[in-house]
Design a protein around this ligand. Structure first.
Ligand code: ATP
Length: 205
């Protein structure tokens, strides 16, 4: 998947958060969107995933030479973010089954492989609402990693993870971002060390 932004801007009320973003995201690269708190990283990510419309400019999606309509882009991506919630009333088992009714497993992945990655086999029937914040974050990331989509978008991927959890994330993100347009919003270097392209949102103020 390639995404081409032409003169993209977004404002809330009268305040422009960023403007004049001309940028191409290429499916072979791994991108970090950088900037301090409140600079507009999540806002740009939400424009990229189609959940927020830009106030100016155009966005184009291209997959295997075909144009993808903006309102269809969501079907091509997996995402994990602090503001995307799991279904608290589901058990772990139910959550995984539910998620993979809408997305396919990546090649080589299945329910058992997901459980192995999560390392939560003792919690299969535990309700999500009783998971710790770190366990929830691991689950969000695992669902995104293991879905067969050409785009992977991660906002603050190590939020709520301890040192061991950060190492777990780093070992998986390397593997699951191969051959996939990967975009990480972050202001913590350890989260995006695997990226090879960097977009600093403060360049578009
Ligand atoms: N729905 C909204 N209405 C009004 N202002 C908003 C809205 N969403 C975001 N903003 C503002 O846009 C700016 C950018 O917010 P955004 O969440 O994109 O920043 P960020 O770089 O992701 O921050 P952080 O690193 O803290 O997550 C902030 O000033 C925020 O208050």
């Amino acid at each position: 998947m390639n995404i081409i932004l032409e003169n993209i801007g977004r404002r809330f009320n009268r305040e422009w958060i960023f403007k004049g973003v001309d940028y191409s995201f290429n499916h072979t690269d791994r991108y970090a969107i950088l900037g301090p708190n409140g600079s507009g990283k999540s806002t740009l990510l939400q424009i990229l995933n189609g959940s927020l419309t830009p106030s100016a400019g155009t966005i184009k999606y291209n997959y295997n030479g075909q144009i993808i309509e903006e309102d269809k882009a969501f079907g091509y991506l997996s995402m994990a973010a602090p503001y995307l919630e799991l279904i608290e009333e589901f058990s772990l088992n139910e959550m995984v089954d539910f998620h993979f009714k809408f997305k396919s497993y990546r090649v080589g992945m299945d329910k058992t492989a997901v459980a192995e990655i999560l390392n939560l086999s003792g919690s299969k029937n535990k309700l999500i609402k009783y998971f710790s914040s770190g366990m929830k974050q691991r689950l969000k990331l695992t669902l995104a990693f293991c879905s067969d989509t050409p785009m992977l978008m991660l906002d603050e991927p190590t939020s709520n993870l301890d040192t061991q959890g950060i190492d777990w994330y780093l070992s998986l993100v390397e593997k699951f971002s191969v051959n996939r347009l990967t975009i990480v919003c972050s202001n913590q270097e350890h989260e995006y060390g695997f990226c090879n392209k960097f977009l600093d949102i403060t360049d578009y103020k």
